[in-house]
Design a protein around this ligand. Sequence first.
Ligand SMILES: *Cc1c(COP(=O)(O)O)cnc(C)c1O
Length: 389
Amino acid sequence: MSVFIPYGRQSIDEDDIATVEAVLRSDWLTQGPAIERFERAVAEYCGVRHAVAVSNATAALHIACLALQLGPGDTLWTSPNTFVASANCALYCGAHVEFVDIDPLTFNLSVDCLAQKLVQAERDGTLPMVVVPVHFAGQSCDMEAIRQLSERYGFAVLEDASHAVGGWHHGQVVGGCQFSDAAVFSFHPVKIITSGEGGMVLTNRDDLYQALLRLRSHGITRDPALLQGSVDGDWNYQQLELGFNYRMTDIQAALGASQMTRLDAFVTRRRVLAERYRTALAGLPLRLQQAIPNTLSAWHLQVVRLDQPAWRKPVYDALRQAGILVNVHYQPVYLQPYYRALGFQSGLCPEAEAYYERVVTLPLYPELTDQEFDTVVDKFTTILSEIAS
Ligand SMILES: *Cc1c(COP(=O)(O)O)cnc(C)c1O
């Protein structure tokens, strides 16, 4: 047993290592056959037409917003209970960002709050162009309800599915984009599968796919159908818009493709551990994430919302002291100093703030052993009981 138990970590096996080594001995180190292999593996798994691998999920969110033509004067709405990247993508495009409060039981963006805010925004002429639902901790938002609102109010839906690789919703794998324009995955090492760093945009829309391919590589194309004016020769490529170098390397893609073969096993183990937490923590003064009907979480995070905010810091500190490296997900994005300087103030999303003051994230990852799990539950239960008494 390790001395420290982290809240999350990657699982790398000999197959992963051999696959990466094979790329290093090959002719292609970037944007070669491994990229296509990884993209195809993810697209087939999710049942989606197109997948575009990029350097990380932050880049994926950025070019997905650009492909949806989000720009200055437009507004993007997202959840405050997320990593900053879900909101920053709007600002990269010169657009505004606004936050929709969370549901106090699922900790996802609240569909009721979204509906209410849309009524008000329609009256004020301030409807969003893009809404980014975040599948917090791996559990999909109610996408069917969000899709209905998007049809009524005309906004695009971009799922931040960074936590939810391998999750299910309405009989479909998350990323299938049944109810959205596009979805984004992250392959950062703490997420469900990893490519070291990496991200992907998934979509069924051909127009978005073509735009995403250009945007990840400088806005450049070699497609004869797209070239403008006269062409000097076969060497000609053309930059049609201002894109970026957001390419993923073949080294990363090979690791990602190899990890895909174990995605089901990873999620199964996470689910087993989450079930055990539910049983082991029953009766304690805390709240676990409520399950959404027709949804299977990928269980990226095991969060517990303690009943009293006064308990959070002592619980966090005592567990860390005991070598259990708990974490906190998330401080509402708009309370970051950068966002406060833009004019956001506390009180904006009361449920997200009440949640933040009480939450701790317990260890959850496939290689967490039964013995380590028992240690975590034991220490957590003892510490919380002492502090709460
Ligand atoms: C991790 C994460 C991101 C960013 O992913 P990177 O691949 O690190 O850029 C975006 N959104 C959410 C919700 C995340 O958890």
